[in-house]
Design a protein around this ligand. Structure first.
Ligand code: IMP
Length: 191
């Protein structure tokens, strides 16, 4: 079975992929003793996904994929985008980010936004990119307790529940990360 590293320390993401990609031996960063912080300093999602995947391939000489996600708000010219994790500053909480975004959109009627995930895969000396996105709007108030990040204020188009109100299985089917991961899986299964 072929080893493939998923450049993440997130045990939940690893477990999810291991259950689906049964033909690959999916390893996390901890499994290859990569404990360094990989500096994600690109100004695009593609750039950061590539940095993470290339770091592993260059230093550990093993095939790898990595993901990066951002929330792009039209009225804010695509912000917070690649800076979504630290929108309210270094070390900020998810709630700080939500508060800052609601404040930035106060009085603004155009609340269109999308989550976008890019996955970079380094396999057998080649690099492949997969993208998933979900369109929606930023609500005026928070709704729901599930999920994480901006979930309580993201209402996907065609639904009447925010990501934080819907069951995880429903979110995973339509989400940015779910869709990008599905493309990666279809590609790997077709090999
Ligand atoms: P990452 O690239 O997956 O680490 O995501 C960067 C940031 O985007 C996270 O810190 C969250 O603030 C936000 N984010 C990513 N995915 C989601 C999601 O599914 N729901 C809500 N926020 C998310």
């Amino acid at each position: 079975m072929k080893d493939l590293v998923f450049a993440t320390h997130n045990a939940h993401k690893l477990e999810e992929l291991r259950a689906i990609l049964k033909d690959f031996n999916i390893l996390g960063l901890n499994d290859i003793n990569c404990h360094e912080e990989i500096v994600e300093d690109a100004d695009t999602l593609d750039g950061n996904a590539k940095i993470k995947a290339n770091f592993v391939t260059d230093n550990f000489h093993i095939d790898c994929f990595a993901d990066d996600t951002g929330l792009e708000v039209d009225a804010l010219d695509g912000a917070p985008g690649v800076y979504s994790a630290r929108y309210a500053g270094e070390g900020c909480s998810y709630q700080d980010n939500v508060n800052k975004l609601l404040e930035a959109l106060k009085g603004i009627e155009n609340r269109k936004a999308r989550f976008r995930t890019v996955i970079a895969l380094n396999l057998n000396g080649k690099q492949y990119l997969f993208e998933g996105k979900v369109e929606g709007v930023i609500t005026k108030e928070q709704h729901g307790e599930k999920g994480f990040g901006y979930d309580p204020i993201f209402l996907p188009d065609g639904f009447d529940q925010t990501f934080a109100e819907m069951p995880m299985e429903v979110k995973n089917k339509i989400s940015h990360r779910g869709r990008a991961t599905q493309k990666l899986i279809e590609f790997l299964m077709s090999l």
